[in-house]
Unconditional design. Structure first.
Length: 188
């Protein structure tokens, strides 16, 4: 496992997140030495679909991509749907890509990537019901446990978390990825 001391990782989530998809990657990056920060449109605490409560550290409107080394987007249908409706969350996500920083996304977390317009020419996986949305946004969708594409780490479901966490920590440890960009044209 890569040693992540000095790295700061944003976890972008709101009410309805998939509990294990927030907790497990959070533990993986913090156990590797990174600082994890929960960013949300909501303030106070947010609650996962299975009842796990998490304390919000920073509102999306106050978050700057420049302050973070990576982004993690946990799943959960309600979480994914509500985040993509938050303009500040979408802008933050787009800015992370524009700065070539690693992004981990699992399950329904990928919905926001369609609104952030960062998927043209990229390959990823997700919960199967998102595949049409992701393809329509320009991505190549594959059904694999974990996919890594230039700093973009994606997985499908909670059962994929061990593989997802390993690749997430590895990609964060590697740092910036020139192919991780908010525009397919910019990576050319």
């Amino acid at each position: 496992m890569a040693h992540l001391t000095g790295k700061k990782v944003a976890f972008l989530a709101t009410n309805g997140f998939e509990d294990s998809e927030l907790r497990s990657p959070w533990e993986a990056v913090t156990n590797a030495g990174a600082e994890a920060v929960l960013v949300s449109p909501s303030t106070g605490t947010i609650t996962g679909k299975n009842g796990h409560e998490a304390q919000v550290d920073l509102a999306t409107g106050d978050a700057s991509a420049a302050d973070f080394d990576a982004l993690v987007l946990p799943g959960g249908v309600v979480n994914g749907d509500h985040l993509r409706m938050d303009a500040a969350a979408v802008a933050f996500t787009r800015d992370i890509f524009a700065q070539h920083k690693p992004v981990g996304v699992i399950c329904h977390g990928g919905w926001i990537l369609t609104d952030a317009d960062v998927l043209r020419g990229r390959t990823l996986t997700s919960y199967p019901s998102l595949q049409t949305d992701l393809r329509n946004a320009g991505a190549t969708w594959v059904d694999e446990e974990v996919v890594v594409d230039q700093g973009l780490v994606s997985s499908r479901v909670p059962d994929d978390l061990p593989a997802f966490n390993d690749k997430l920590v590895e990609e964060i440890g590697e740092g910036l990825h020139e192919g991780q960009t908010a525009s397919a044209a910019a990576s050319g």
